[in-house]
Design a binder for this molecule. Structure first.
Ligand code: 5GP
Length: 183
């Protein structure tokens, strides 16, 4: 259930319409691709978006999942990130589409691209549900995105706050600062 400390930014119909457009745009982009496509879902936040997006696409694809975890605070931000779950398919010579929930500072995406690049894919593209621009520290292209936001902390449609709210079918902004740990 949504609470009083959040307001709806994008309802389920708006999301469905946008995801359908994204699926068509991605299909168009890969319509002449010679190599196979691997869609990689970044757990946990992107799982709902990913499930809807791939079902709006006609391009044949393999899919797989990664999960990121962080080390302690002594090291630099980029060194902190590692995979707690890696993909199992090979991406060598294939097109990789990384499906993220939110690109915020850009550090997570930079790490993902660096790791996948080393595996010699044919190409790497990024599709993010939310393209958050206000705190960007690493300027990497987000090839496809659902919605652009400047700031704020959002939950629902797979996105959490301390593991709550993932099952909501709409995207909400938390309006109570105490319940918004980031953003
Ligand atoms: P970045 O490395 O780009 O700063 O962080 C991206 C990750 O931070 C996202 O994948 C997401 O897990 C988390 N994040 C950033 N902003 C938000 C937000 O507004 N809501 C939620 N639920 N997670 C966020």
């Amino acid at each position: 259930m949504p609470s009083d400390s959040m307001h709806c930014l994008f309802d389920s119909r708006t999301i469905a319409a946008r995801v359908s457009e994204l699926g068509a745009a991605i299909d168009h982009a890969y319509s002449r691709a010679q190599a196979p496509l691997v869609a990689v879902c970044v757990l946990k936040g992107a799982f709902v978006f990913f499930a809807d997006l791939i079902r709006q696409m006609q391009t044949p694809l393999e899919l797989d999942f990664v999960r990121l975890a962080s080390y302690g605070q002594q090291t630099t931000r980029q060194e902190k990130v590692h995979f707690s779950k890696d993909i199992e398919v090979s991406v060598q010579g294939k097109h990789v589409l990384i499906v993220e929930d939110i690109v915020d500072t850009g550090h997570t995406l930079a790490y993902l691209k660096q790791v996948f690049q080393a595996r010699r894919p044919s190409s790497i593209a990024v599709c993010s549900l939310i393209h958050k621009t206000g705190r960007r520290e690493i300027d990497l292209p987000v090839d496809f995105y659902g919605f652009a936001l400047d700031k704020g902390f959002v939950v629902g449609y797979g996105l959490d706050c301390a593991e709550a709210y993932r099952q909501l079918d709409a995207i909400y902004e938390l309006t109570e600062p105490a319940s918004a740990p980031r953003g």
